[in-house]
Design a protein around this ligand. Structure first.
Ligand code: F6R
Length: 608
C-alpha cells in the first residue's frame, strides 16, 4: 500500500528519496513520485509504473535540485493508477507540494467548497484537496497553514508537506496512519515505515496520532493538534539494514522462511526467565484474568489463521471459550462483547484497517484489548491496552512466513502464561510446556532440514491447476495457512477443508490426478485421516501426506510424504507450516511467479 518518505539536509534530496522509495517497494504500489524544494522553488516528477521508471525519468534524481523533499509510492484507491493521480500533488502556482497516505473521508465536501473558491482539480484523488487547502490558508506562516488545513480533514492521513517559500523545511503530520521521524546528523527524515529509514539512521521518533512535526536539517520539533510543542522521545531501532536486505537469497520470502528459527528464538527467549514465562509487556495477572469469561481473537488473512491456532491451545489449557472473528466481519456485526471479554488482535504490520476498526468496535463495548504485533509503534499497538511484540524483525516479502510463525509462538507463550495464572494446568505440565517451547527454534530448524527434497516434490506438482488441503483439529488451521500461501504466490487455485467435511460436498471435486495435501500430525486423529486419504485416493487423487517423522503408516497411502519433527501436539503447527511454506515457494518458483510481490497484493492493507 502507499508509502511516504521525506528528507532535509545538506545534500541533494532526490537520491535519498528514491533510495527510500525503493525500500518501500515491497509494500505494493502502482505509481511513484518525488518533489524537492530548493533555490528554483518546488520541482516535482512522478509517473505510474515502477520506481525504476522514475529513476530513469529523473536521471537518478539529478534533474530535481533541492535539499529538502518528499516522496510517495501510490496504491490506487481514489482514481486509476495514472500519472495525474500519482503523488506528490501541487497547488496551482506550485508553491506547495504534498504526499499523503490514508483516506480523506470528507474530500467531496472539501472539493466542492474549494471549487467555489475557484480552485481547479488536476486529479481524481481525495488527496488533492489538501494542497489547495494549504494554498487557501497560507498567509506567510507555514505552520499556521498546516494547522488550519489538518483541522479541516476527516479520515486517516500521514502527510509530508513542502512550501516553496520555506526551502529546507518539511512538515510531517500523523492521524491514524503510520509515520516515523528519523533523527540523523545534520539531516533528518520521515517515512511511513522504518525500513525506509534504517539505512540512514537507527534513531527514530514515533509520532502519535494528532501530532505533527516541523523538520529541518538541524532540528525536529513535535507539536500536538493545538500547536503546543511536546517532548519527542528518541527510540533506537533494534535491527540493522541487513535484516531488510536479501543477503544472498534469491527472494525475501526464502530468506524469511530460513530465518524462522532465529525469529522464533527472538520471540520466546527473552520471555522465559528462570523457567517462568515473563510477559513484562502484560500487566495483568490472575485477578484480571479471572474476570474474563470469553476471549475473542480477531485479525485478517494469515494473522487470522495464527489466531485459529490460538483457539485450540487457549481453550485446551485455559478453559476459557475462544471465538474467532474475522476483523472485516466483526466490525459490521453487533458483537456480544462486554467488559468481561478479552479481545486479542493479531497483526504483523499493526496497520491493517479492518483489524483497527474491529478493535475500536470492541473497545467501545468495554473489552480489554491485547494485541500481538510485529511493528513497534504501529497504530494497533498504540490502540491496545496491552501489546506483546513478536520481535520477528522486518518482513519484506508480501506473503507472511516469519510474521505468522512468531504470532503462533507468541500465542503459545500467552496461552501457557494464562493457564499458569488461572491454575488450569498443573505445575508439572507447566514445566513440560516451557521445555517444549524452548525447543521450538531447534524443531523449526529440523523441519527445514528434514525436507531437503521439497523442491523436487514441488516440481512434480507445480503444473496442477487446483490443490486441496485437508486436516483435522489444529492441522486444519495449518491447512488454511498452507493453502493461502500457495494461492497468493503461485496463483494456483487451492482450498483447505476440515477432512471430515469432505464427504459433505467437496469430494465431488476430487478426480483423477487432483493433488490433495493431507495433514496428519495428530496421533489421536491419524486413523481418521487415513480413512480420508483412502477416500480421495479411491477417486484418483494423488496424496502428499504431512506426518510426524517417525510415522511409517502414512507411506502406505501417500504418494509423497513431508516429515514434521516430533513435538508436543499443542505445538505441532509451528513446525508443520514450514515445509508447506517451502512447498508454495518452490511451486511459485517453478511457475516463474513474482514471489516477493504477488500480483494485486499489498504488504499492509491500510484500506478497507
Ligand atoms: C498473507 C498475508 C496476509 C496478512 C493480512 C493481515 O501472506 O500476509 O493475509 O496476514 O493481510 O496483515 P497483518 O498481519 O499485517 O494485519
Amino acid at each position: 500500500m502507499c508509502g511516504i518518505v521525506g528528507f532535509t539536509g545538506n545534500r541533494n534530496a532526490s537520491s535519498v528519496l528514491l533510495d527510500g522509495l525503493k525500500k518501500l517497494e515491497y509494500r505494493g504500489y502502482d505509481s511513484a513520485g518525488i518533489a524537492v524544494s530548493g533555490e528554483q522553488g518546488i520541482q516535482m516528477d512522478k509517473t505510474c509504473g515502477a520506481i525504476n521508471k522514475l529513476v530513469e525519468k529523473t536521471n537518478d534524481g539529478a534533474t530535481l535540485e533541492g535539499k529538502a523533499g518528499i516522496g510517495h509510492t501510490r496504491w490506487a484507491t481514489h482514481g486509476a493508477p495514472t500519472d495525474e493521480n500519482a503523488h506528490p500533488h501541487l497547488n496551482k502556482d506550485e508553491s506547495f507540494a504534498i504526499v499523503h497516505n490514508g483516506i480523506i473521508e470528507n474530500y467531496s465536501q472539501l472539493r466542492e467548497e474549494l471549487r467555489e473558491f475557484g480552485y481547479e482539480f488536476q486529479s481524481e484523488t481525495d488527496t488533492e484537496v489538501i494542497v489547495h487547502l494549504l494554498d487557501h490558508y497560507y498567509t506567510g506562516d507555514f505552520r499556521i497553514a498546516v494547522m488550519k488545513t489538518i483541522a479541516r480533514l476527516e479520515g486517516s492521513y500521514a502527510l509530508g508537506v513542502l512550501c516553496a517559500e520555506h526551502p529546507g523545511e518539511i512538515y510531517a503530520v500523523r492521524e491514524n496512519a503510520p509515520l516515523i521521524l528519523g533523527v540523523g546528523v545534520e539531516e533528518n527524515y520521515f517515512a511511513s515505515d522504518v525500513t525506509a529509514l534504517v539505512a540512514n539512521t537507527k534513531n527514530v521518533i514515533y509520532l502519535e496520532d494528532g501530532q505533527f512535526a516541523h523538520i529541518t536539517a538541524d532540528d525536529i520539533s513535535v507539536f500536538n493538534a493545538v500547536g503546543s510543542q511536546v517532548e519527542a522521545n528518541i527510540t533506537r531501532i533494534a535491527w540493522d539494514i541487513e535484516a531488510a536486505e536479501k543477503g544472498g537469497y534469491d527472494h525475501f520470502m526464502l530468506k524469511e522462511i530460513i530465518e524462522q528459527p532465529n525469529a522464533i528464538k527472538a520471540t520466546i527467549e527473552p520471555r522465559i526467565q528462570n523457567d517462568e514465562i515473563v510477559l513484562d509487556d502484560l500487566a495483568f495477572g490472575a485477578n484480571e484474568l479471572k474476570k474474563i469469561n470469553k476471549i475473542v481473537i480477531t485479525a485478517c488473512g494469515s494473522a487470522y489463521y495464527a489466531g485459529c491456532q490460538g483457539k485450540y491451545i487457549i481453550e485446551e489449557l485455559c478453559k476459557i471459550p475462544v471465538e474467532m472473528d474475522l476483523a472485516s466481519e466483526l466490525r459490521y456485526r453487533n458483537p456480544l462483547i462486554d467488559e468481561n471479554t478479552l479481545l486479542i488482535a493479531v497483526s504483523q504490520s499493526g496497520e491493517t484497517a479492518d483489524t483497527i476498526a474491529a478493535m475500536k468496535e470492541c473497545k467501545a463495548r468495554g473489552a480489554t484489548v491485547l494485541s500481538i504485533v510485529n511493528v513497534v509503534g504501529s497504530t494497533i499497538a498504540k490502540l491496545s491496552d496491552y501489546v506483546i511484540y513478536t520481535w520477528a524483525g522486518p518482513e519484506i516479502a508480501v506473503a507472511t512466513t516469519k510474521g505468522y510463525t512468531t504470532q503462533v509462538a507468541t500465542i503459545d507463550l500467552l496461552a501457557v502464561y494464562m493457564a499458569k495464572q488461572l491454575e488450569t494446568i498443573s505445575d508439572e505440565r507447566y514445566v513440560e510446556l516451557i521445555h517444549s517451547i524452548r525447543q521450538m527454534p531447534a524443531l523449526v530448524q529440523r523441519s527445514i532440514d528434514l525436507n531437503t527434497n521439497i523442491h523436487e516434490v514441488a516440481k512434480q506438482y507445480a503444473q496442477k491447476d487446483s490443490i486441496f488441503f485437508i486436516g483435522r483439529y489444529s492441522d486444519y488451521a495449518v491447512s488454511l495457512e498452507g493453502s493461502l500461501k500457495l494461492k497468493e504466490i503461485s496463483y494456483i487455485h487451492s482450498e483447505a477443508y476440515p477432512a471430515g467435511e469432505l464427504k459433505h460436498g467437496t469430494i465431488a471435486l476430487i478426480e483423477d490426478e487432483r493433488l490433495v495435501i493431507a495433514l496428519a500430525c495428530h496421533e489421536r486423529l491419524f486413523d481418521k485421516m487415513m480413512s480420508n486419504i483412502k477416500e480421495v485416493k479411491a477417486r484418483g487423487a494423488c496424496v502428499l501426506g504431512v506426518a510426524l517423522e517417525d510415522n511409517r503408516e502414512i507411506f502406505k497411502e501417500a504418494d509423497h510424504v513431508i516429515a514434521v519433527p516430533n513435538i508436543d501436539p499443542l505445538f505441532v503447527p509451528i513446525a508443520e507450516i514450514i515445509p508447506l511454506q517451502l512447498f508454495s515457494y518452490y511451486v511459485a518458483l517453478e511457475n516463474g511467479c513474482d514471489i516477493d510481490k504477488p500480483k494485486n497484493l499489498a504488504k499492509s492493507v491500510t484500506v478497507e
